[in-house]
Structure formats: C-alpha cells, structure tokens
Design a binder for this molecule. Structure first.
Ligand SMILES: NC(=O)c1ccc[n+]([C@@H]2O[C@H](COP(=O)([O-])OP(=O)(O)OC[C@H]3O[C@@H](n4cnc5c(N)ncnc54)[C@H](O)[C@@H]3O)[C@@H](O)[C@H]2O)c1
Ligand SMILES: O=C(O)C(=O)C[C@@H](O)[C@H](O)[C@H](O)COP(=O)(O)O
Ligand SMILES: [Zn+2]
Length: 364
C-alpha cells in the first residue's frame, strides 16, 4: 500500500453528487483547478489563522489557474464551529457575488472541513466544496463522508447538513507541520476504524507504535489509507446515517459529552479515546464483548499516550450531554457497541444505571 504514487479511494453514492474521489498522495495541489472544473469562476478558500501561509498558497495557485480566489480566515480549532463564523463566511460569499456555479475550498483540520462544508451546504442551498484536510483526523475522517456542522451552546454538531464534497485531496505533506499531539489525537479515529472494521489497523499500531506516530513513515500512510477505505465503504452505502453509518459513531456518545463538559478545551480525538474505552466496557458489561477485546481498547490507546479515564464527579452532566446525542430516540439512549472486533452493533439503553456502572470502569 505504501507507495509515492497517489492512491484513489472512491466514494460511490447513489447520486452523482454523492460520488467522488478521495485522492491520497503528495504535492496534490496542482490537481485542484481541474477538479473544480471550468464552470467554476469564483472560489472561497476557508482556512484558520494558524494555516494562513497554506491558505495563501492555495489562493495563489487558484488565481494562477484563472479563478477569482478569495480567502476567509477563521478562528482556530473548535472556535471555528460557530454560527457567527458561518455568518462571516456567508458575508464574504455575498460580498463577492458567489453564484451556484462557484465553489468553496477548505484548508485545515476537521473543524475547518466541518464549518466550511456547512457554509457550502447552506450558501444558495448548496455549492460545490473540495476539502484539503491538513490534520490526520481531517484526512482519515472529517473530510470524507459529507457530514458538516457547527456547535451550539447545548452541544456538539447540533446543527448541520449532509453535503458530500466534490473531491477530497489528502496531501500527506501537510502532516510535516502538524504538532505531535494533533497527530496522536487523530489516531483515536484510526483506532476506532480498527475496532469497528479493520483489525489490521490495530496490529500495525501495536507492532510499531513509533512508526505509527511518525508522520513521515509509510505506516502512517497505510493507516490513513485503511481508515479512509473503512469510512468510504460505509458512507457509500449510507450517506444519511439511516443504518450502518451509525457505527462510525463508536465511542462518540460519551466523547461529545466530554467535549461539551470541557468547553472544547479537549481535542475531539482525545475525547473519542475515552469514549472508546467506555463503549468497550459497556459492550463487555452486557456480555457482547470478551475481556481480551475490551482490554485491548485500553492498552492500544495507552500505548499511543491517549487518555482512557475521565473525572468521576462529572457523571450527571455527562449523562445530560449524552441525551442530546443524535442516535437518541426520544428518551431512549442508543450506543454503538461491539460483538467482537470488526463486528459493531447497536445497544438501546432504557435504564441509565447500566451506563453508570460502565462509567465506574473509566472514572478517575
Ligand atoms: N464531519 C465528520 O465526519 C467529522 C469526523 C471526525 C471529526 N470531525 C470534527 O473534526 C474536528 C476535529 O478535527 P481536528 O482534530 O483536525 O481538529 P482541528 O481542526 O481543531 O485542528 C487541530 C489543530 O491542528 C492545527 N492544524 C491542522 N492542520 C495543521 C497542519 N498541517 N500544521 C499545523 N497545524 C495544523 C489546527 O490549526 C488546530 O489548531 C472536531 O470538530 C470534530 O467534531 C468531523
Ligand atoms: O462520519 C460519521 O458518521 C461519524 O460519526 C464520524 C465521527 O468520527 C465524527 O466525529 C462525526 O462528526 C460525528 O458526528 P455526529 O453526527 O455524532 O455529530
Ligand atoms: Zn469523530
């Protein structure tokens, strides 16, 4: 799998709008003009303050190719996923006369692809978007699949739309400047893919953790490709999360509640790490997952230096946050659990004492 030639993983939706390629390689920027196509005249490049130089490079490449390219610089990380930031981007689009045949390009981590995707989904009820993810998490997860959204004071991603991109360019060169902690937190979503669908991912990380956390190593490329393959296969079948797309939410019910409790000072991937251990404990407690498989969650995440416990005194607010999870139906909380590695399923939990018991296994 590890070569220097680009790898293309197709997402095959039920319509041409939900069918696109995820291209993984190096030096991919030159492909962007062709992907946007001749109908596009204006392009809004959305990037965070921290990636100003990269955003400018993308804008210049587009201008050289004959597009009218403007940038919208947005706040960093989770601060980007606010209604006011979407409003700022809508204003830039309006002031520059963007029409339905124009496009948005996002440059950044998952927060930017979520916000920029949402802006593209809502501007004139939908314009083309191409994602250029720059964080590991953005590459393996957020840029692929068309989930876009912003947070509200009540919780994570509570407002959004399904809006598949026209393409995703995963340029592995971007990882060279990514801080180690961002790489490692991104690996939590990679581990998630390992547990729900591709155990080779787990073997690769356990066999050589140093290589798995070295952005320049071929192991990282293989992990990126394998994780994208898992996600692409699932979202190709179920863009709108009517069925098995819910499995991509493994570990996320608690994770999103932790992010809210921490006012987004934790990275998403760190919260997902704790959420994975909780989901594994829940799976074990209801007799669906064996001890060895459940313990493997904690051990692989600890190997990566990711958190596996959370504050004992926060249970009440976490339960409150979990009720607003998108998998809930009325008063019924629903969780993704495992019946074995690579065998996800759903668990309905009418009685929250079970959740409290599972939480005791991760509480510190
Ligand atoms: N839509 C989806 O399917 C989906 C999937 C998973 C996660 N998400 C969302 O993604 C977000 C998390 O994404 P994230 O972990 O990438 O966080 P992020 O976007 O906040 O980026 C993390 C940090 O890394 C910096 N950064 C990114 N690329 C860089 C680079 N190449 N060099 C230097 N710094 C760089 C960013 O500026 C930021 O400070 C969350 O909001 C989460 O909800 C969405
Ligand atoms: O793509 C999906 O579907 C996922 O659930 C992937 C998750 O990793 C991601 O964090 C997603 O944004 C969570 O979505 P939400 O619907 O629970 O807000
Ligand atoms: Zn996630």
């Amino acid at each position: 799998m590890a070569t220097d030639a680009p790898t293309i993983i197709p997402v095959t939706g039920t319509t041409s709008e939900s069918t696109y390629d995820v291209v993984i390689g190096r030096g991919l920027l030159e492909r962007l003009p062709e992907i946007l196509g001749e109908r596009v005249r204006r392009v809004l490049v959305i990037h965070p303050r921290a990636l100003r130089a990269t955003g400018d490079t993308v804008r210049a490449e587009l201008a050289d190719a004959g597009f009218t390219a403007v940038t919208a610089e947005i706040p960093d990380a989770e601060e980007a996923k606010h209604l006011q930031v979407a409003g700022f981007c809508w204003q830039v689009l309006g002031q520059n006369d963007f029409t339905r045949s124009d496009a948005v390009v996002t440059v950044g981590g998952g927060a930017v692809t979520d916000l920029g995707g949402f802006v593209a989904a809502t501007w004139l009820r939908g314009v083309r978007v191409v994602h250029l993810p720059t964080s590991l998490l953005g590459m393996v997860d957020a840029a692929v699949g068309g989930k876009t959204g912003i947070n509200t004071s009540e919780g994570k991603n509570l407002v959004g739309a399904f809006h598949p991109p026209a393409a995703v360019l995963v340029d592995l060169d971007a990882l060279a400047t990514l801080p180690k902690n961002e790489l490692v937190t991104g690996l939590a979503e990679v581990v998630k893919c390992g547990f729900i669908a591709d155990p080779v991912i787990l073997d690769l990380i356990e066999q050589d953790t140093d290589a798995a956390t070295d952005a320049s190593s071929p192991v990282v490329r293989e992990l990126v490709e394998r994780s994208i393959a898992v996600k692409a296969a699932i979202v190709s079948d179920d863009l709108r999360e009517a069925g098995r797309r819910e499995y991509l939410n493994y570990g996320h019910t608690l994770a999103h509640a932790i992010e809210l409790a921490e006012r987004y000072s934790w990275r998403h991937g760190a919260a997902v790490s704790v959420g994975l251990v909780f989901a594994a404990e829940l799976s074990r407690m209801v007799g669906r997952l064996g001890d060895a498989e459940a313990d493997r969650h904690r051990s692989i995440l600890e190997l990566l230096g990711l958190p596996v416990t959370y504050r004992r005194d926060r249970w009440a607010s976490l339960l409150d946050g979990m009720r607003r999870d998108k998998k809930s139906r009325g008063d019924l909380l629903r969780f993704v659990v495992l019946d074995g590695i690579g065998r996800p399923g759903m668990l309905e939990v009418p009685d929250t004492s079970l959740l409290f018991a599972a939480y005791q296994e991760i509480a510190s």
